[in-house]
Design a binder for this molecule. Structure first.
Ligand code: SF4
Length: 238
C-alpha cells in the first residue's frame, strides 16, 4: 500500500482518526471549504498549463468559472459569498504573479517512489523549471498559514529525488488567502526527521496501532460522531 501525505497527516493527528477514515472507510461529510479549495486549485492548474503567454485575468476567471464546484454549500448565499471571495483571491494572485509567469513543467503531478523502502504517493500542485535548470515544487494552501506541515514538502523532496534523479531545489507553500509564500528549508536534519516520521507512521499502521488521541485535533475532526470522546484515555503522543 502506498502512503500519501494525507494518510500520514491523519495518523499523526490521531491514529484512530486514520483508522476510521482509511481502514473503516468512513467518509468525511460534504464540506464547502474543501470544494472552495478544490475550485481554486483547479483554476490555477489550468492557468499554468495553457498555451497562451501571458494569460489574461479573464483567462484565469474562465478557468475558475469552469471548475467551480457547488458541492457541500448549504445555501445559495453561502456559495455566492465564497465564489466572490475566490474572484478576489485570484485577482490579487494574478496581479502579484503575472509579472514572472511561465507555464509550469507539471501541474497536479502524481508521483510514486520509495522512501527508506516505504512506498509513497504524492501529488505536487505545481513543479516549475527555474532559470538555472533546477526544480521548484509548489503547493497551494487556501487558508491556514499557521497549520501548514512542512513534513509534506520534505517528503515530496525525498520522493521526487528518486523520480527525477536529483532533488528539487525549492520547496514552497503558497497561501492564497494571504498571498504569502513559505519556503521550506530541506536541511539534512529536517530530511532525516521526515524519514523518521514516515517510518514511525508506516510501522504504526502495519502493526495496527490505532490509539485514540484526544487533543486539539478533536476540535476539527470530521469523525467526532463516531468517536466516544468521554471514553478516551488522554495520550499526548502515540
Ligand atoms: S474525535 Fe479526537 S480522538 Fe476521536 S477520532 Fe477524532 S481526533 Fe481522534
Amino acid at each position: 500500500m502506498y502512503v500519501s501525505f494525507s494518510r500520514i497527516s491523519a495518523y499523526l493527528s490521531c491514529p484512530y482518526r486514520y483508522f476510521l477514515q482509511y481502514v473503516q472507510g468512513f467518509k468525511p461529510p460534504a464540506n464547502h471549504l474543501m470544494s472552495f479549495g478544490t475550485s481554486l486549485h483547479a483554476a490555477l492548474r489550468d492557468f499554468y498549463s495553457q498555451g497562451k503567454i501571458p494569460p489574461t485575468l479573464d483567462d484565469l476567471f474562465f478557468h475558475y468559472f469552469r471548475n467551480w464546484s457547488s458541492f457541500g454549500f448549504r445555501s445559495r448565499e453561502l456559495e455566492t459569498r465564497f465564489f466572490q471571495e475566490g474572484l478576489s483571491i485570484l485577482e490579487e494572485y494574478y496581479d502579484r504573479n503575472i509579472g514572472d509567469f511561465s507555464p509550469a513543467l507539471f501541474v497536479e503531478r502524481k508521483f510514486r517512489a520509495e522512501i527508506k523502502g516505504i512506498p509513497f504517493l504524492g501529488i505536487a500542485d505545481r513543479i516549475d523549471r527555474l532559470r538555472d535548470g533546477s526544480l521548484r515544487v509548489l503547493d497551494y494552501k487556501t487558508y491556514h498559514r499557521n497549520e501548514v506541515n512542512e513534513l509534506q514538502l520534505l517528503l515530496y523532496r525525498l520522493a521526487l529525488e528518486e523520480v527525477f534523479g536529483y532533488p528539487p531545489q525549492e520547496l514552497v507553500f503558497y497561501f492564497l488567502k494571504e498571498q504569502e509564500t513559505l519556503k521550506v528549508e530541506a536541511s539534512q536534519e529536517a530530511l532525516e526527521e521526515a524519514e523518521e516520521a514516515l517510518i514511525r507512521v508506516s510501522e504504526g499502521i502495519s502493526r495496527g496501532i490505532f490509539t485514540k488521541t484526544r487533543g486539539q485535533s478533536c476540535l476539527n475532526c470530521d469523525f467526532q460522531r463516531f468517536c466516544e470522546l468521554e471514553d478516551l484515555d488522554f495520550q499526548e503522543e502515540f
